[in-house]
Design a protein around this ligand. Structure first.
Ligand SMILES: [Zn+2]
Length: 267
């Protein structure tokens, strides 16, 4: 994958997985030639008709520390925000994360990505958007999806140690969704890339807002299907199948990775 340097932290976030229905996706879908595809990175002006992102103006808010008004500047160092993820009451962290994501979005959209002009807030305060007065480009907050997967094989699960996370635990396969992919395709690709194996029975587990800076972790379970486990040696240094009795150190509570592992332990 192409975002190695900013892969989603493997101890993703916390929404307790609610065993969800089997969302197995059809693996191979017929492809129709889409018209007017620009070369990668080229121009494909997509309609700007953005979905109605009605601003969540009135929401219950918990008093979290040092909250700037929505859209104001709150710059909490990433490491501090990460620590807060583990220490603040979940509802407080949720509100803090929401504001932090919005503040970060405002910060990186001060100038138009199309023409460079200074962006302004949408004239309708209910509309959470930045607008370019020069070319009309409208920027809405962007959330970047990433998948995280618990792969089972008999009574074992796949865990791996990553090279670019300086953490003392093993975790699950995870990675960003690529342009053009759906979640299931991303799951298959990431597992193929990182572990050299194929999986089947991909099932949705749960998701978690991961505001570092604006990701959405989407958790799945999958069954081993074929192939010899082999870490890629680049992103993943070690990998293995672990039973309940042989688990190495695993991610801390509250993360989606941990919720996936805990649900498997409890079954
Ligand atoms: Zn512009």
């Amino acid at each position: 994958m192409t975002k190695k340097e900013q892969s989603p932290p493997l101890d993703g976030p916390t929404s307790r997985g609610t065993a969800a229905p089997n969302l197995v996706a059809p693996a191979a879908q017929p492809r129709a030639e889409a018209p007017n595809l620009a070369p990668e990175g080229g121009q494909t002006s997509r309609g700007t008709a953005a979905p109605n992102l009605a601003a969540s103006a009135a929401q219950p808010r918990a008093e979290a520390p040092n909250l700037a008004p929505e859209g104001g500047q709150t710059s909490i160092a990433p490491a501090t925000l990460r620590e807060m993820f583990h220490t603040l009451p979940p509802e407080e962290f949720k509100e803090l994360a929401r504001r932090q994501e919005i503040a970060e979005w405002r910060r990186i959209n001060r100038f138009c990505g199309c023409c460079g002009a200074e962006m302004r807030r949408h004239e309708n305060p209910e509309e959470r958007a930045m607008v370019c007065p020069s070319c009309g480009y409208v920027a809405y907050p962007k959330i970047t999806p990433a998948v995280i997967v618990l792969v089972t094989k008999g009574d074992s699960i796949l865990l791996q140690r990553n090279s670019h996370y300086h953490v003392p635990y093993w975790s699950l396969v995870a990675g960003f969704v690529d342009p053009g992919e759906n979640f299931e395709e991303a799951v298959r690709r990431e597992i193929r890339e990182e572990a050299s194996i194929e999986v089947r029975d991909i099932r949705y587990f749960g998701s978690q807002c991961w505001p570092f800076p604006s990701n959405m972790m989407v958790g799945f379970r999958a069954e081993y299907a074929s192939g010899d486990l082999r870490p890629d040696g680049e992103e993943v240094m070690e990998s293995g199948w672990f039973t309940r009795e042989t688990l190495p150190p695993i991610p801390r509570p509250r993360s989606l990775a941990r919720a996936l592992i805990d649900a498997w332990l409890a079954q």
